[in-house]
Design a protein around this ligand. Structure first.
Ligand code: TXA
Ligand code: MG
Length: 319
């Protein structure tokens, strides 16, 4: 198992030595490497068993470093960066030639964000290079929101996990790209699109399908528990339909309860979507360890973070 440590200097040294390391962010834990180290970047893909066509996000220390990674920065992108960084927003921008193709999977855009976590911000400030980091889980499995989740996924594929506590936001960053008509949503995430649209106006929807896995966070089956999972708008009905099975329930708030379920995870008793988002993956991890026949997940209201939570639940339930 990789060692969980609080020692930022130790992890910085390991990254300087071309190793990969797991790092905390406000969204999920990332598996990080020096963007200019081919060895480290290849290792990230290898450890995650991630296909090489799926590009990585570049994490920078502050807004000013954007210009070192991107060639042109549309005014809208600049405004979004200034408003939401550090924070759970990733911007797709035309890449500089210095950014290796293996980071962007040969695309001419690069995904960039400034993560909002004090430990990782101080790590980025002491390193002479940005960090590429996908979520620190094996390809297609549930993203880790604690250092312990990361440790449970890996044996000794890399030396260190930097301890940063549980992730405050709990689902991945929102990904936004640009074209001549304005801004495009590529992935729903921890920053609600309503917040973004205050600056950009209505977002264009990125047309996605399995043949065009441009943002393969978009792959239909993703973030998946190994237990069969269904998404339900009518909890009582779904329970009745699965009578006799060992059921796990994943509920939004206090509205429902059931004596038919073996385990119940309530994501936010008070009905806060922010709290529900931050608990989502940890609850999925726990439910997945109960040897259940089925997980019935309650559909969220389709607005704000509810939309992002539904997006992840949809992918978790796609068979
Ligand atoms: O919150 C997050 O974004 C976390 C933390 C660690 O920062 N990272 C994360 O990385 O979720 P990952 O690799 O699991 O998801 C990144 C997504 C993928 O769906 C990838 O395809 C997309 O970003 N992506 C990266 N570069 C892209 C590009 N140039 N064009 C389109 N999509 C891109
Ligand atoms: Mg991921």
């Amino acid at each position: 198992m990789p060692t969980i440590t609080h020692d930022t200097d130790l992890v910085a040294q390991s990254l300087l030595d071309n190793e990969v390391a797991a790092i905390p962010t406000e969204t999920v834990y990332g598996l990080a490497g020096n963007i200019f180290s081919e060895k480290a970047i290849r290792r990230i893909y290898e450890v995650k068993q991630r296909p090489l066509f799926n590009p990585l996000i570049v994490h920078i220390a502050d807004v000013s470093q954007m210009e070192k990674v991107a060639t042109t920065i549309p005014p809208l992108a600049k405004q979004l960066a200034e408003k939401f960084w550090p924070g759970p927003l990733t911007l797709l921008l035309p890449k500089k030639d210095t950014i290796p193709d293996i980071i962007t999977a040969g695309k001419d855009t690069v995904a960039i964000r400034v993560p909002n976590h004090p430990v990782t911000l101080s790590l980025l400030q002491q390193l002479p290079f940005p960090l590429a980091a996908p979520s620190a889980n094996p390809f297609s499995s549930i993203s880790p929101t604690t250092a312990e989740h990361v440790a449970a996924y890996f044996k000794d594929e890399f030396p260190f996990i930097l301890q940063g506590g549980p992730c405050k936001k709990g689902i991945e960053s929102t990904i936004i790209g640009f074209n001549e008509d304005g801004a495009i949503i590529y992935r729903y995430g921890s920053l609600a699109i309503e917040e973004i649209e205050k600056i950009t106006g209505p977002l264009q929807e990125y047309i996605r399908n399995e043949e065009n896995p441009d943002a393969p966070g978009m792959l239909l089956r993703h973030y998946a528990p190994s237990t069969t999972t269904i998404l339900s708008s009518d909890i009582e009905k779904s329970i009745a339909e699965n009578a006799g099975k060992k059921i796990g329930l994943m509920l939004f708030d206090h509205t429902h309860t059931s004596d038919q379920a073996a385990v119940i995870e309530t994501l936010s008793v008070s009905g806060s979507m922010e709290e529900a988002a931050s608990n989502l993956y940890a609850a999925m991890h726990r439910l997945d360890h109960h040897q259940l026949d089925i997980i019935i997940a309650e559909r969220f209201p389709d607005k704000g973070l509810g939309r992002s939570i539904n997006d992840r639940l949809q992918r978790a339930t796609h068979s």
